[in-house]
Design a protein around this ligand. Structure first.
Ligand SMILES: Nc1ncnc2c1ncn2[C@@H]1O[C@H](COP(=O)(O)OP(=O)(O)O)[C@@H](O)[C@H]1O
Ligand SMILES: [Mg+2]
Length: 232
């Protein structure tokens, strides 16, 4: 099984959702790999640039993969990827990402890929995250960071995902705040309006725990086609 985790925003819980699904897939059997194709915001180490999301994903892979396969494009600057790349005098190499994904697919039964930022984040002059996901032929799970404004962000993201012609196989409600007002009503509103199943609700956690969170998720049916409802 393989899928792509996008989100309503940066900081909405994509990494937590990615790691939780990796845990879930590991428990279901088979070899699990994760990938963060593009990361902007990294520390220089003796081994080269390292991004925190990618390191967490690497640590949860069943096999031991070189960092560059998990995160083929690592930028130091914490900015929109195309701007970070320009500031560093480089370009995001889509071909390198495809070669790394092919290597992970060859040696794994399951692959979970975490985007960067949201669905329409630009990567090059003419390609964005949606194009990358479509190129990798991955179905999509949307992580919705629950906060004021998230209904609008989630529904805009859903429209855009469906317009990209990829499969939306589910969404996850992720509580970014403790005791958000009208939390259950926000989730219910989204359930009514998103034409794909809710795969789980991750409550706010003082110390977010991917293994515990895995127990709150169910795996998407990756062959299910989410169709646009007639009102579109
Ligand atoms: N359910 C949650 N409960 C508490 N904190 C959370 C929760 N989900 C995410 N966070 C915190 O919010 C921040 C952003 O989450 P993260 O998964 O890194 O988002 P993204 O990958 O979309 O940028 C992190 O500090 C993370 O620990
Ligand atoms: Mg992340």
């Amino acid at each position: 099984m393989e899928f792509f985790i996008t989100g309503t925003d940066t900081g909405c819980g994509k990494t937590l959702v990615t790691l939780a699904f990796m845990e879930k897939l590991r428990a279901s059997g088979g070899r699990v790999a994760g990938m963060k194709p593009v990361a902007a915001g990294a520390e220089m180490t003796s081994g080269g640039l390292r991004n925190g999301d990618a390191l967490a994903i690497q640590a949860r892979c069943s096999g031991s993969f070189p960092y560059e396969i998990i995160n083929p494009c690592c930028l130091r600057t914490p900015a929109a990827p195309h701007l970070a790349a320009a500031a560093e005098g480089t370009r995001i190499d889509i071909g390198k990402i495809h070669r790394a994904a092919a290597e992970l697919r060859q040696t794994s039964d399951h692959l979970v890929v975490e985007g960067a930022g949201g669905w329409k984040v630009p990567l090059t002059e003419n390609l964005d995250m949606a194009d990358l996901c479509r190129g990798l032929e991955l179905p999509v799970v949307l992580a919705v960071g629950l906060k004021l404004g998230c209904i609008n962000h989630a529904l805009l993201s859903v429209d855009s995902i469906l317009a990209s012609g990829v499969l939306l196989v589910g969404w996850v409600a992720n509580s970014l705040e403790r005791g958000m007002p009208f939390e259950a009503e926000n989730i219910a509103t989204l359930q009514q309006r998103i034409p794909a199943p809710l795969l789980g609700h991750l409550p706010w956690q003082a110390k977010p725990d991917p293994a515990w969170s895995a127990g709150r998720l169910r795996l998407p049916k990756t062959r299910t086609t989410a169709r646009r409802p007639s009102r579109y």
